[in-house]
Design a protein around this ligand. Structure first.
Ligand SMILES: Cc1cc2nc3c(=O)[nH]c(=O)nc-3n(C[C@H](O)[C@H](O)[C@H](O)COP(=O)(O)O)c2cc1C
Length: 389
């Protein structure tokens, strides 16, 4: 394996190995991509407080997310079409997460099915559901997740309609990829990717094809979204999912203090402050900037997690120091997967872990659970999105 010292190294290698259609799918935001960009750049506005002459021996990044022990509070976020970034990608990512000791979240829009991932792992993983109109299909998804021993459901609430991603439309994104002169010409330059794909039977939406009724074109994400997703979603419906599922439930996609309160009121076990990695409402504030107001709104009433924009262990540290109990990475591990399969996901986790550990040490902290605002210099007005940074 090449020497990857940071997540950007993995991204560069991933870009070379993967067909443009799938690289663009991951490496993009909606419309102007402002939120996609600010998710990462806003982390840079926060500085770290260096401490010296502190005993740094015996450091630990061990913590808990929704009561589960984690080697570090960094879960793998649900990422659709992971199995198109690398053959059997969901299985590879889940195995890497399991070996590392962090939670893996399987997307509804995965290529490998829930059953497939369960068969190839030994510990419970988390399952992400989109909020679909079809009650039968939703109930069956919960039953399948239960049968697969999933320990939590992540309900994504920020995608009743799909944010327009220009590149996906131009590339004709689908799984399996449609064979056009352009896609064939591109794939011809991605031989190792293609050979791996030829060897697997998993090339379309494993949780949907053969399970959902009335889906005219399951290969197309946008068609399926428009047909099946519940535009009339409300909090009553989310509470109903909690009842149907009967286990731990995480609400993903919270960006307003009022919504955070509603999630706490319906008894969510955790919320994820997330703007879907800048893929939904372009122009939304970065999630790291929304975190302080959401922490103020919910206090200890619900566990708060964060994703969107994390590309390093330092970003993780900043989110934890601002109050998040856990974080997720989406693209950071997808780059690793596309660059080097399961070993690449492991490498992404190792990179983030090492950055978190060394940064903790240089900030004079030995326990990830003790991080707080005392470790940071947060610019005045950071928590007020009307203030230009
Ligand atoms: C390629 C890609 C596919 C995604 N698919 C899903 C999905 O199926 N379900 C979901 O809830 N979120 C999905 N997300 C959003 C992620 O779960 C997560 O919120 C986001 O990636 C975090 O931002 P980051 O990529 O900057 O870490 C996806 C993100 C990416 C990049």
């Amino acid at each position: 394996m090449p020497i990857y010292t940071n997540i950007e190294d993995l991204r560069r290698h991933y870009a070379r190995r993967t067909p443009k259609m799938f690289y663009d799918y991951a490496e993009s935001g909606s419309w102007t991509e402002q939120t996609f960009r600010e998710n990462t750049s806003d982390f840079q506005h926060i500085h770290l407080k260096q401490r010296v002459a502190v005993d740094m021996a015996g450091r630990t990044t061990r913590s808990q997310m929704i009561g589960e022990d984690v080697a570090m509070p960094v879960a793998l976020a649900p990422v659709g079409l992971t199995g198109m970034q690398s053959a059997d990608g969901e299985i590879k990512a889940a195995r890497a997460a399991e070996a590392f000791g962090v939670p893996y979240t399987l997307s509804t829009m995965s290529i490998c099915s829930i059953e497939d991932v369960a068969e190839h792992t030994t510990k419970p993983f988390w399952f992400q559901v989109y909020t679909l109109k079809d009650d039968d299909f939703m109930r069956r998804l919960f039953e399948r997740a239960k049968a697969a021993n999933c320990s939590a459901i992540v309900v994504t609430v920020d995608l009743q309609v799909l944010g327009q991603r220009h590149k996906d439309i131009k590339n004709g994104l689908s799984a399996p990829p449609k064979l056009t002169a352009r896609s064939i010409a591109d794939m011809a330059t991605k031989i190792p990717w293609g050979l791996e794909m030829l060897r697997t039977k998993r090339r379309s939406f494993g949780n949907i094809v053969g399970h959902a009724k009335g889906v005219s074109d399951p290969s197309s994400l946008s068609t399926w979204t428009a047909e099946a997703f519940d535009v009339s979603l409300d909090w009553k419906r989310i509470a109903q999912f909690k009842e149907w599922w009967g286990g731990k439930l995480i609400v993903k996609g919270i960006m307003a203090p009022e919504d955070a309160r509603r999630a706490a009121e319906i008894g969510a076990d955790a919320i994820i402050v997330s703007n879907h990695g800048g893929r939904q409402l372009d122009g939304a504030v970065s999630s790291i900037r929304m975190l302080p107001a959401i922490m103020d709104a919910v206090g200890d009433d619900v566990e708060v997690h964060l994703d969107s924009g994390i590309r390093s262990g330092q970003d993780v540290l900043k989110a934890l120091a601002l109050g998040a109990k856990g974080t997720y990475i989406g693209r950071a591990y997808t780059y690793g997967l596309g660059a080097a399969g399961e070993a690449g996901v492991t490498r992404a986790l190792e990179i983030i872990h090492k950055e978190l550990d060394v940064t903790m040490a240089l900030c004079g902290e030995t326990d990830v659970k003790n991080l707080g605002e005392h470790n940071l210099y947060v610019p005045r007005g950071f928590d007020d999105p009307t203030v230009k940074l």
